[in-house]
Design a protein around this ligand. Structure first.
Ligand SMILES: *Cc1c(COP(=O)(O)O)cnc(C)c1O
Length: 391
């Protein structure tokens, strides 16, 4: 099989002139930091997910850190985090002064296992951080039941979950505090950026103050006519606010979210159908309880059926000009978590087995039909090339 004519990235942003016009307009407006566009983006985002409050951040990581702090989680507390996630889900627990307690996942979906949450609860447990991995909601009913029974806070890592729903309700609208990511590769991108959503007024107020130096409310507006020069510092806060340059991208992206998601959905269904016909490659299971945002499209290489492992499969795809990524290296295998928290190989067998098989293939709205067809053909070609048996 011939390599594709150019490299197919595993993820790229989707944009047109409206993003450029938004940025240009912001430059001309002289609101180069937080300003009216950030406020408008917050309002529009809150409405779109059905949350009472939305506070724009410079990243999802910042939003997770602030969410934990605003809920009063800190020294001596334990927070449950899935082992298959980006390091930020667990690192932010450390930033807040608490201890991350990693738990195993369900191999069919890569989502946190509610039974593993239940088994990890101690008298010190204060919160659960479910990660809506790949753009599919966790089993929120089960998680909410556990949280209620043990009086725990739920803080959703919604980095992959713009557009995701659970039983008809968008993530962000379930009544918990959530943090979304608008990093360059995410479904809705502002270069860097994030959004904390909550229905809790006290959490919202505290989060807003903490994200801007701990200065009293509305200090961002102090240089405008009608704004006040006076402010008071209530906490040793952070510099985590979004800027209007980022918000202008966010507003332009929100206008095309439905269109972008329709393409992701079409391409994901095409991949599903092709992969169902390939021996030795599996796709993740789609749950029927919600809308999948298809942030990632994960496939598993089954070494019992193919004479190739995941690492070598990635090399073969790279040689064909197809970009891939791995989501994720289990958190407990990183040196920090081994050395500081005593985790070791073998601690989470499902996460480790999942990690040995998984890779993410290209899926994004700016992919052409030619590119998506080529990736599908490459999977068929490699599965035939490395087939263990002839049937
Ligand atoms: C991308 C990502 C984050 C971090 O998002 P940033 O906006 O880059 O801080 C957190 N959690 C998960 C699961 C992610 O994929």
């Amino acid at each position: 099989m011939q390599a594709y004519e150019k490299f197919i990235n595993y993820a790229l942003p989707y944009w047109d002139d409206t993003e450029i016009e938004g940025i240009t307009d912001t430059i001309r407006s002289n609101w180069w930091s937080r300003g009216p566009k950030t406020a408008a983006f917050e309002e529009r985002f809150a409405k779109s997910v059905g949350a009472k409050y939305a506070i724009a951040m410079n990243s999802c990581t910042a939003g997770l850190h602030i969410a934990l702090m605003a809920h009063g989680i800190g020294e001596g507390d334990e927070v449950i985090v899935p082992d298959i996630t980006f390091c930020a889900s667990a690192n932010t627990v450390i930033h807040a002064g608490a201890r991350p307690i990693l738990v195993d996942i369900l191999e069919e979906t890569g989502l946190i296992d509610p039974a593993a949450i239940e088994a990890a609860i101690t008298p010190k447990t204060k919160a659960i951080v479910p990660v809506h991995y790949s753009g599919q909601a966790c089993d929120m009913e089960a998680i909410e039941r556990i949280a209620k029974e043990h009086n725990l806070v739920i803080i959703e890592d919604a980095a992959h979950a713009v557009y995701t729903t659970y039983k008809g309700t968008p993530i962000g609208g379930l009544g918990h505090t959530a943090s979304f990511s608008f990093y360059a590769t995410k479904n809705l991108a502002t270069s860097e950026g994030g959004m904390l959503t909550t229905d809790n007024e006290e959490v919202a107020n505290k989060a807003r103050v903490l994200s801007l130096h701990g200065m009293s409310r509305n200090a961002w507006n102090r240089y405008a006519k009608g704004g006040s020069w006076f402010y008071e510092v209530e906490y040793a806060g952070y510099k985590y606010n979004m800027t209007d340059l980022q918000a202008s991208l966010g507003l332009a992206q929100m206008d095309k979210l439905e269109k972008m998601q329709a393409i992701r959905d079409k391409y994901a269904k095409f991949y599903d159908k092709v992969i169902d016909g390939i021996e030795g490659i599996e796709h993740l299971k789609t749950m029927d309880y919600g809308r999948h945002a298809w942030h990632l499209y994960g496939i598993k290489i089954d070494e019992t059926k193919l004479n190739i492992n995941r690492d070598k499969f990635i090399e073969e795809l790279t040689a064909l000009n197809i970009g891939t990524s791995v989501h994720f290296i289990p958190v407990h295998l990183h040196p920090l978590y081994r050395e500081s928290f005593g985790y070791k190989q073998g601690d989470f067998p499902h996460a480790e087995h999942y990690f040995s098989q998984i890779l993410s293939i290209p899926l994004y709205p700016s992919m052409t039909e030619g590119e998506i067809n080529y990736v599908a053909e490459a999977l068929q070609f490699l599965a035939a090339k490395y087939a263990k048996c002839c049937g």
